[in-house]
Write a protein that binds this ligand. Structure first.
Ligand SMILES: *[C@@H]1O[C@H](CO)[C@@H](O)[C@H](O)[C@H]1NC(C)=O
Ligand SMILES: *[C@@H]1O[C@H](CO)[C@@H](O)[C@H](O)[C@H]1NC(C)=O
Ligand SMILES: *[C@@H]1O[C@H](CO)[C@@H](O)[C@H](O)[C@H]1NC(C)=O
Ligand SMILES: *[C@@H]1O[C@H](CO)[C@@H](O)[C@H](O)[C@H]1NC(C)=O
Length: 192
């Protein structure tokens, strides 16, 4: 798993990736159409872990509202959480920091417990530092497989699209905290 963690699997050499990152991040608002003229289509695979802490004094996830039927609804319909969760390289919360997962999460299905997610992955280290990925979608809470999509990105990930699979790998019932594994496959152009 270590070798897979937070690695870049791209169609081109790392040296030219760094060059491209430098261009896309330090040149600020360069014309984005440059990415569409002779783009190098790139597939970047990332794996990281979200530390969602709901209670216990160092919360990073907060319930901001319940609907009038959340308590009585079998699907727990209509609560909204907002979070700013740490992202780490391994499941260990003290492992290297990848960034933050910032967004909202809520129950939006009247008949089963299923959530709506809308979050930004904000990278704060490595070659992606300062870039973001926008991830959204729906998953039912009580089935194993969870898939979301990449709806866009900034910086290194301009014009991105992609797929995210995730699973809870640890839940602490005392603090209601969870560690969630994210596997992200991003398809995006980089400057030729
Ligand atoms: C909160 O985090 C700080 C710094 O990591 C730690 O020292 C403290 O024990 C934590 N508090 C709780 C209640 O977990
Ligand atoms: C939402 O409901 C839960 C469960 O009844 C309760 O613990 C929580 O305080 C409520 N939060 C808000 C913001 O209404
Ligand atoms: C990430 O970028 C910010 C802003 O340029 C900088 O202050 C910070 O030191 C960088 N962090 C790392 C880990 O490189
Ligand atoms: C993530 O990828 C690893 C390595 O391929 C795999 O073992 C793991 O089951 C995947 N997890 C998810 C949530 O897709």
């Amino acid at each position: 798993m270590e070798s897979y963690a937070f690695v870049l699997v791209s169609l081109i050499a790392i040296a030219s990736v760094s060059h491209s990152v430098a261009q896309s991040l330090t040149h600020g608002a360069f014309p984005v159409e440059k990415l569409l003229i002779n783009p190098i289509p790139t597939v970047t695979q990332l794996q990281f872990y979200m530390q969602a802490v709901d209670t216990g004094g160092n919360e990073t996830t907060y319930r901001v509202s319940n609907s009038s039927i959340t308590d009585s609804s079998p699907a727990k319909f209509g609560f909204v959480d907002i979070f700013d969760n740490l992202l780490t390289e391994t499941p260990d919360p003290s492992s290297n920091i990848v960034g933050r997962s910032q967004g909202i999460f809520g129950t939006s299905d009247l008949s089963e417990v299923a959530v709506y997610n809308d979050l930004n992955v904000y990278f704060t280290s490595g070659i992606y530092n300062g870039s973001t990925l926008h991830i959204a979608g729906r998953f039912p809470v009580f089935t194993g497989y969870r898939e979301l999509f990449v709806a866009g990105g900034t910086g290194y990930f301009r014009l991105a699209t992609g797929i995210v699979t995730l699973r809870e790998i640890a839940v602490d019932s005392m603090t209601m905290s969870a560690v969630v594994e994210f596997n992200v496959t991003v398809v995006h152009p980089i400057l030729a």
